[in-house]
Design a protein around this ligand. Structure first.
Ligand code: HEC
Length: 201
């Protein structure tokens, strides 16, 4: 009995220390976050585009498969050098190729918001969150990504993806969901996360 109570106690303490919640963000925090997040996300998108185009130019889409990967990009390395230590870049998508890019519950909320047209039919250009994970507070900035023509060689229909590319993709990602996109489709978001200490210093 006592043993059971102790177990219950441990379970409750553990569950609480892992609990998380979303908080209101002040306008000062928002301005700083949009400033850092916006510039990192934009640099990332440019970097991705440039590396993909170069690799496709060099040897076609099969040659570029390893490039559409966060770790392959300069900005990821730059983010580790020039930017605040806690800064983390992730790509999130509901229809993902690599399961590590699947959204957690806050990322899913952000994706739903970004994918929904607002008043006047315009889509949001970004969104931000302040989240407590236990004792730690982090800020997240999200920038939506849409599909360009060039992306469809690896994320489009059967007809747009060559046999060689399809074969490689099936081998590397047997549970691939990131196909059948069309030009202009909402693809997901770039998510920049930064600790409270780093944002407010
Ligand atoms: C040459 C093939 C290729 C092209 C072209 C390509 N991608 Fe990808 N894409 C991939 C591969 C492979 C992955 C999985 C990377 C990984 O393992 O993290 C991926 C992953 C992604 C992800 C992460 C989410 C997920 O599905 O796992 C996003 C977002 C993405 N691509 C967007 C784009 C956009 C936008 C373009 C056009 C600018 C593009 N891709 C062009 C091959 C490609």
């Amino acid at each position: 009995m006592i043993k059971n109570r102790i177990l219950l106690f441990i379970t409750i303490v553990f569950a609480n220390s892992c609990s998380s919640s979303i908080n209101d963000i002040s306008s000062n925090e928002r301005v700083k976050l949009v400033d850092i997040g916006g510039s990192v996300a934009q640099a990332f998108q440019k970097d991705l585009f440039r590396h993909l185009s170069e690799a496709i130019g060099d040897g076609g889409a099969p040659n570029a498969i390893s490039v559409c990967n966060l770790e392959a990009l300069e900005i990821t390395k730059a983010a580790q050098r020039g930017f605040p230590q806690s800064l983390e870049i992730k790509r999130v998508s509901f229809k993902f190729r690599n399961a590590k890019n699947a959204p957690d519950k806050y990322e899913a909320e952000a994706l739903n918001y970004l994918a929904t047209p607002q008043k006047g039919d315009a889509y949001p250009i970004n969104t931000v969150q302040k989240i407590n994970f236990g004792k730690e507070t982090v800020f997240r900035f999200y920038k939506p990504m849409r599909m360009a023509e060039m992306c469809l060689q690896c994320h489009g229909s059967d007809k747009q993806i060559s046999d060689v590319v399809a074969e490689k993709l099936t081998e590397l990602y047997p549970n691939d969901l990131a196909v059948d996109y069309k030009r202009g489709d909402f693809r997901g978001a770039i998510r920049i996360q930064i600790s409270k200490e780093d944002l407010l210093k």
